[in-house]
Design a protein around this ligand. Structure first.
Ligand SMILES: *Cc1c(COP(=O)(O)O)cnc(C)c1O
Length: 363
């Protein structure tokens, strides 16, 4: 096989490690490792998904018009400037494929989402990691790293796995300061958890160098179906559509997502429950000596004294049937990311960590 080699960069990709879903010997573990909505999808989305089962022999829409129009109507956007993907991961991949190649640089932040680096490398481009300040996106650090080779700058706001956010003025300063030829991508996977936040849609409308991505995997509870979307300048969306496969989103996924986006009452309900339970979990953790940054998303980043303590806490939680996410791969070896589950799950994880801290004599 010595003569048969993958493209440069491909072998630098470390395999994505997803949140674990099972524990040996535990029938129903509490899964708080993938930022999923503990309440699942809403009734309307489920009904649309079941109904789509009657048409499995038909190819899906290739232009996703019905879903794009529903998204546009609900969010007040231009349907012609929306692109749908098999998860927002696919939109991120389209962006890298279309705009970055060998010799080009793709900026992401220190604790940024793993797919930015993976997609940049898959496209043959060079990922550039920029420091954060106190686990928060640092606009000055990004601007200092940007140069004439920069093609894409990815930031998630709120960020994963930190849960922190930067304000609209900072985003504008970033978009203003980037060199010509660089596109700013605002990953809004958790935007729905922030009351009244447009994810940067107005900024996309006002400029020619900003793209927003969104997903149905988080608050909409449809991670299994793989649907996400992007909103950007017309020229950018036209470019991305050239690299998109014609049937990249399945029929049941399109149907469920369309019903889900029209059901904003369910989204509001999930947002309110998440805010209530997040405050409750963060308070419970603080009381037992585990700090976390104020989170704007559906998880908290619990910080321990050191990496060994975080690892021991994770192992102990497993013995109690609770799966959370280690984030050493995100440069946070002393932290655990805990998804906000339902009330019972929040109480279980807080109770187990309380026992862990008491046994260790911590807190
Ligand atoms: C979960 C997540 C996504 C969404 O991925 P999908 O492919 O839409 O499921 C995108 N960005 C970030 C930062 C995420 O945490």
């Amino acid at each position: 096989m010595a003569r048969i080699k993958p493209q440069p960069g491909v072998m630098d990709i470390e395999l994505y490690v997803g949140g674990e879903a099972s524990l040996p010997g535990v029938a129903e573990p509490v899964k708080l490792s993938s930022n999923e909505n503990p309440f699942g999808p809403g009734e309307a989305a489920l009904a649309a998904y079941r109904e789509a089962g009657a048409s499995l022999h038909r190819y899906p829409s290739s232009d996703h018009r019905a879903l794009r129009e529903a998204i546009a109507e609900v969010h007040g956007l231009d349907a012609g400037r929306i692109i749908c993907g098999a998860g927002s991961d696919e939109v991120i991949s389209f962006l890298c494929q279309a705009y970055a190649g060998p010799g080009d640089e793709v900026i992401h932040t220190e604790h940024g989402f793993a797919m930015y680096r993976i997609s940049a490398l898959a496209a043959g481009a060079t990922p550039v990691e920029v420091p954060e300040r106190e686990r928060t996106t640092d606009v000055d650090a990004i601007l200092a790293a940007a140069n004439e080779r920069t093609r894409l700058v990815f930031i998630a706001n709120p960020n994963n796995p930190t849960g922190t956010m930067i304000g609209g003025n900072e985003i504008v300063r970033l978009a203003d300061g980037l060199p010509e030829g660089a596109l700013l991508v605002l990953d809004g996977a958790y935007v729905e958890y922030v009351e009244g936040h447009d994810g940067g849609a107005a900024l996309v409308d006002a400029r020619d160098n900003v793209v927003m991505t969104r997903t149905f995997s988080k608050i909409y509870g449809l991670g299994a179906l793989r649907v996400g979307w992007g909103y950007g300048p017309q020229e950018v969306i036209d470019v991305l559509n050239r690299v998109r496969g014609p049937f990249n989103v399945s029929g049941p996924a399109l149907a469920a997502a369309e019903a889900a986006v029209r059901d904003q009452a369910y989204v509001a309900h999930c947002r309110a429950e998440n805010a209530r339970l997040r405050a409750r979990l963060a308070r419970a953790l603080a009381e037992i000596g585990i700090p976390s940054d104020p989170s704007a998303a559906n998880f908290v980043l619990a910080r321990f004294r050191d990496a060994a303590t975080a690892e021991a806490a994770d192992a102990y939680l497993r013995t109690r049937g609770v799966i959370v996410r280690r984030v050493a791969g995100y440069g946070l070896p002393a932290a655990l990311r805990i998804t906000i589950g339902d009330e019972d799950a929040c109480d279980r994880v807080a109770g187990a960590l309380g026992d862990f801290m008491a046994r260790r004599g911590e807190g």
